[in-house]
Ligand binder design. Structure first.
Ligand code: DI6
Ligand code: FE
Length: 353
């Protein structure tokens, strides 16, 4: 292979650029007041059942134009890029009506045009049931989650399809209907599952060939076995575990034994994980979940690429995209070790230094 250009990086450490494979970066407003309520003792589920939580962000997102959403997200996205991110996944899920869900994905696509970053979009209309559809969850799934998916996909806005399988969201059968529709359109699927309780969502998603299942604090052996069989990636989200002060950590040892690939991600969202630092995500994955720094780095590079179904990045290898991060550190463990310090020297995107 011809070497087209040589660049002197001064002996610095080079890794694949970081990949944040699970974010809810596009949204209006913030939920600092719920942060204060939780510090007073209210739980995430209580706030959600009282009409706050995801619905409060839905109210702040509906009515925003694509341009307004983009302007609000940019500082959060820039914080990630400044720490070496080259690829970021962004979900819808704060519209819960077709128009706003589509606007969220338009905003996500736009971000990929105005910054040097590959944005992977995910349709997450099955995130919460809006009050106008109360007691009509099955209709919501048909009329909004599936019909909207058809429209968004026809406009080229959807790279993958996600859902929230939880007692405060949708049950397995409802999510399965969305997944069947997605698969019929040729779209890959992913799932938020076993975050607050075990609903056996991971097993269902893996059986349907999910690229990843995410959160997984309450994952059991059957779920792990199904994921191992399907080659489904486990995406761990330590920012949500930290923010909600959860006490049950995901079954990292059992995932390792079963050889399920482990990715980690910020889950950047205004409620359960207001985290836009990939490096702090790596630190938390080590300190809270017991990952090694090498596993944390693999979790934000090669395994994150796999969770997104991208085979052209995440590894330093001939033939891969030249998306690199150059760091002012000597050893990769230093990336996960410090908190609130950014040693990035330079991002190189597509081989362009
Ligand atoms: N799990 C999460 O971590 C986010 N969504 C989900 O299903 C949190 C969403 C929020 O609280 O706004
Ligand atoms: Fe999430």
């Amino acid at each position: 292979m011809a070497v087209s250009e040589q660049v002197d990086l001064g002996g610095r450490l080079v890794t694949p650029a970081l990949i944040d494979c699970h974010t809810h970066l596009v949204h209006g407003g913030n939920r600092a007041s719920e942060f204060e309520m939780r510090l007073q003792g209210a739980s995430y589920e209580q706030i959600s059942r009282a009409g706050g939580g995801i619905m409060s962000t839905v109210n702040a997102t509906r009515g925003r134009s694509v341009e307004q959403l983009v302007a609000e997200v940019l500082p959060r996205l820039d914080a990630m890029l400044a720490e070496g991110v080259s690829t970021v996944e962004i979900k819808s899920g704060y519209g819960l009506n077709i128009e706003t869900e589509i606007n969220m994905l338009r905003a996500a696509r736009r971000l990929g045009e105005i910054r040097q970053v590959r944005v992977v979009t995910t349709w997450l209309a099955a995130h919460a049931l809006p009050p106008e559809c109360a007691d009509r969850a099955d209709d919501y799934i048909s009329e909004i989650a599936i019909q909207g998916l058809r429209r968004a996909h026809a406009q080229g806005l959807v790279d993958a399809v996600d859902g929230f399988c939880e007692s405060i969201a949708f049950d397995r059968d409802q999510i399965a209907r969305v997944f069947d529709a997605a698969r019929a359109m040729g779209l890959p699927i992913r799932l938020h599952a076993e975050q607050l309780s075990n609903n056996r969502g991971a097993e269902m998603a893996a059986r349907k060939g999910a690229l990843s299942v995410d959160h997984l604090e309450y994952l059991d052996d059957r779920g792990i076995a199904a994921m191992a069989r399907a080659g489904t990636v486990a995406v761990l989200l330590p920012g949500a575990y930290y923010t909600l002060r959860e006490t049950q950590a995901p079954p990292v040892d059992a995932l390792r034994r079963a050889k399920v690939p482990i990715a980690i991600a910020s889950d950047a969202n205004p409620g359960s994980s207001p985290l836009t630092s990939p490096l702090l995500t790596m630190n938390m994955a080590c300190t809270l979940f017991g990952l090694t720094p090498a596993e944390a780095l693999a979790g934000m590079t090669v395994n994150a690429a796999r969770a997104l179904g991208l085979r052209d990045r995440g590894l330093l290898q001939v033939g891969m995209r030249g998306d690199l991060a150059v760091w002012n550190v000597e050893h990769p463990a230093e990336l996960a070790y410090r908190m609130g310090f950014n040693p990035l020297w330079k991002r190189i995107i597509g081989g362009q230094a």
